[in-house]
Ligand binder design. Structure first.
Ligand SMILES: NC(=O)c1ccc[n+]([C@@H]2O[C@H](COP(=O)([O-])OP(=O)(O)OC[C@H]3O[C@@H](n4cnc5c(N)ncnc54)[C@H](OP(=O)(O)O)[C@@H]3O)[C@@H](O)[C@H]2O)c1
Length: 247
């Protein structure tokens, strides 16, 4: 069988880089998207030094022109895309969440728009742009990097692990992304494509910060598992380390 081709957005660092590394260790050709080409090339050099079959394209998920660049790249080389990991994302401000950008009553609307633009609208638009190529894969997989912070059920449940960890813009953007997962999976239910949301865990990255309990080496496990699901695997789910999360 031809080698699988994966596109990992925001693959130059953090969980995206680790995802590219682990997918390539399974014989998958990992193409990372990086806003800064030089940083992306450095990341690819590190991946190749670890034995990976990896490449980079310059890619900013908030630039619609870049969707066509990505489409043309995969279409001209492979005529299909097997795995899309919608990993690129931003927080409303630093973690732990402190300050007005994290509040509900005071978050400036421009912050809300910016976070939704990257974490929701751009993810939908890129997926729509690449869907024709994913439909050509014998086993398409779409992984949306959500967060446990997108769970309405856990936010509404006193005593849950995230009950007091509220950052409205980020949380709501991931809830919206979860809605995209459910709706797209339903629309694709009669195809070979599986669409799932991943919560990687609280991971020590630039976004997760130093207090996070999980190392980056464990932070890609959920993304990788969902990107490589077998044909009888789930679709339209929300998972952390193989276990379902409440929506
Ligand atoms: N870390 C955690 O604890 C945690 C927990 C739950 C969910 N997540 C989710 O997991 C994903 C990865 O998080 P992370 O911790 O690895 O974050 P990170 O270390 O901050 O890395 C974020 C990545 O996204 C890229 N990115 C941001 N905006 C972009 C844009 N407009 N276009 C293209 N790329 C863009 C960044 O590129 P630049 O280098 O150019 O900025 C970087 O490669 C995110 O979706 C995040 O919400 C993380």
């Amino acid at each position: 069988m031809a080698e699988k081709i994966a596109f990992i957005t925001g693959g130059n660092r953090g969980i995206g880089f680790q995802t590219a590394l682990e997918l390539s260790q399974q014989g998958i050709h990992a193409v990372i998207g990086s806003r800064d080409l030089a940083q992306g090339e450095q990341a690819v050099a590190r991946l190749r030094a670890a034995g990976a079959n990896a490449d980079v394209i310059q890619f900013d998920i908030t630039k619609p022109a870049d969707y066509q660049v990505a489409y043309d790249y995969f279409n001209s080389r492979y005529g299909r895309l097997d795995i899309l990991v919608n990993n690129a994302g931003i927080a409303a401000g630093g973690f732990p969440p402190v300050g007005p950008d994290h509040t509900t009553g005071e978050v400036p609307l421009d912050v809300l728009h910016r976070v939704f633009e990257t974490n929701f609208f751009a993810q939908v638009a890129l997926t729509q742009a690449l869907l024709p190529l994913i439909r050509k894969s014998p086993a398409g997989r779409i992984v949306n990097l959500s967060s446990i912070l997108g769970s309405l059920t856990l936010h509404a449940t006193p005593g849950s692990p995230i009950y007091n960890a509220k950052s409205f813009a980020y949380d709501a953007s991931k809830t919206a992304l979860n809605a995209f997962t459910i709706h797209l999976a339903h629309e694709l239910r009669d195809t070979k494509i599986k669409v799932n949301s991943a919560h990687p865990g609280w991971v020590k990255t630039d976004m997760g910060g130093d207090q996070a309990p999980m190392e980056v080496s464990d932070g890609a496990k959920t993304s990788v598992a969902l990107a490589t699901l077998p044909d009888d695997g789930p679709t339209g789910g929300y998972f952390h380390m193989g276990k379902p999360l409440p929506w």
